[in-house]
Design a protein around this ligand. Structure first.
Ligand SMILES: Cc1cc2nc3c(=O)[nH]c(=O)nc-3n(C[C@H](O)[C@H](O)[C@H](O)COP(=O)(O)O)c2cc1C
Length: 383
């Protein structure tokens, strides 16, 4: 393969040994954040870390998570604890996945290939973004576990049709349509940095002509936002979902649902799953935290479709809490990119292994040896 230009990541000194030492010192997912920040150029870090508007939503989500408390059961046989799970017919080593995020090559030259490989190795789901910086075929070949493809609804529908055909042929197992982004919200850090994609990072699965605006710098404006305004179809409604479903036999998952009304509509529209999400606080500023919306949504859905959730999930205890509130799986966003920036595939793998260890421990201490033992009685949401 041709030599890839250097991405933002500064290689850890020396060979794998130095990397191993760095990783051995990082004992929680949160501890990956600072070394990741130190390794990435400031505008790339701002793009990753930033949120929309006042940037207060991620904190509100964290506070909501902290108000969910566990009610453990004691004297339960937890000699063997197994976090294995099933999601849309696929077996997972744990009910965890990597949320779709654009342009992993901003963090590591191997990009999505490294992330997908690490996810597969750790028994986690991988969701590739429509703006992936490695090809769908490379990603599917790298990932030993299930891979799904996320789509934004582009004005150019033929581009969607082509992507879907490629995803099916490559072995992707579901499509995730992101529905909370008819346009990309203003992110002030990106505006201030006039954030523009570096020359070596491209949305390689789309026609370059569709992506031009992401590479053109304009002072005071994010190129990502301008690009989305040009290319996203903001006119689509529930009635368009039939068209999308007719293009594919793959299950459809809707990402960005925050109310029980929309969750019911998603089920009625034939969605196989939904992702309860605030888009990492990057879309509607002031929205209800996904974790707060989760109980009403799982109650409305009543098992008729898979429910995934993301946003500020950073520990095994966080994962256990969302399972207890009725989710089938938890997605990790930014932490996967921290792992990638710190040590590429090995970094993501180590971070996911940590999460699995924490989840297994939390299940043991909560008296829930298998995922199917995790029930609503395990949590109380404090007022
Ligand atoms: C750098 C970055 C890029 C993202 N790109 C996408 C994307 O292409 N499609 C999408 O549906 N969501 C995207 N998201 C949102 C994530 O899928 C996810 O909802 C969010 O990051 C979860 O929150 P967390 O980062 O706190 O874990 C992106 C998030 C980040 C941080």
């Amino acid at each position: 393969m041709a030599q890839l230009p250097t991405a933002g990541r500064v290689p850890v000194q020396g060979s794998g040994h130095g990397e191993e030492q760095t990783l051995a010192r990082l004992l929680t997912v949160a501890e990956y954040e600072e070394p990741a920040r130190a390794r990435l150029p400031a505008p790339v870090w701002d793009f990753l870390a930033g949120a929309s508007g006042t940037e207060t939503l991620p904190r509100a989500v964290r506070q909501a998570l902290d108000r969910v408390r566990l009610r453990p059961s004691v004297l339960v046989d937890v000699d063997r604890v197994d976090p294995a799970a099933e999601l849309l017919g696929a077996a997972l080593g744990m009910p965890v996945g990597i949320a779709p995020m654009a342009y992993h090559r901003l963090c590591d030259p191997q990009g999505e290939v490294a992330t997908a490989r690490a996810a597969g190795a750790q028994g986690a789901l991988f969701i590739a973004s429509i703006f992936a910086s490695r090809t769908l075929e490379e990603i599917a070949a790298a990932g030993a576990g299930p891979c799904w493809l996320q789509l934004y609804w582009l004005r150019r529908r033929e581009a969607l049709i082509q992507l879907i055909a490629r995803a099916e042929a490559a072995g992707f197992r579901a499509l995730v349509l992101t529905v909370d982004a008819p346009q990309v919200a203003r992110r002030l850090r990106d505006d201030r940095n006039a954030f523009t994609l570096p020359d070596h990072v491209h949305a390689v699965n789309l026609d370059p002509e569709l992506m031009t605006a992401s590479h053109v710098r304009q002072d005071g404006r994010s190129a990502i936002v301008r690009h989305a305004r040009e290319q996203f179809d903001a006119s689509i409604t529930w009635s368009d979902l039939g068209w999308l479903r007719r293009q594919t036999s793959l299950p459809l998952v809707l990402k960005g649902i925050l109310t029980s009304e929309d969750a019911r509509r998603a089920v009625d529209a034939g969605a196989a799953g939904i992702v309860v999400s605030n888009h990492g606080g990057r879309q509607l500023d002031g929205a209800i935290p996904a974790i707060t919306a989760l109980p009403e949504i799982t109650a409305a859905v009543r098992g008729r479709c898979a429910v995934l959730v993301d946003g500020e999930l950073r520990t095994g205890v966080d994962v256990l809490k969302v399972l207890a509130l009725g989710a089938d799986a938890a997605l990790l966003g930014r932490p996967a990119l921290w792992g990638l920036a710190v040590a590429g595939e090995a970094g993501v793998s180590a971070l996911l292994a940590l999460l699995r260890e924490e989840l297994t421990e939390a299940m043991a201490l909560a008296g829930r040896p298998r995922v199917r033992d995790v029930d609503r009685g395990l949590v109380r949401v404090l007022g």
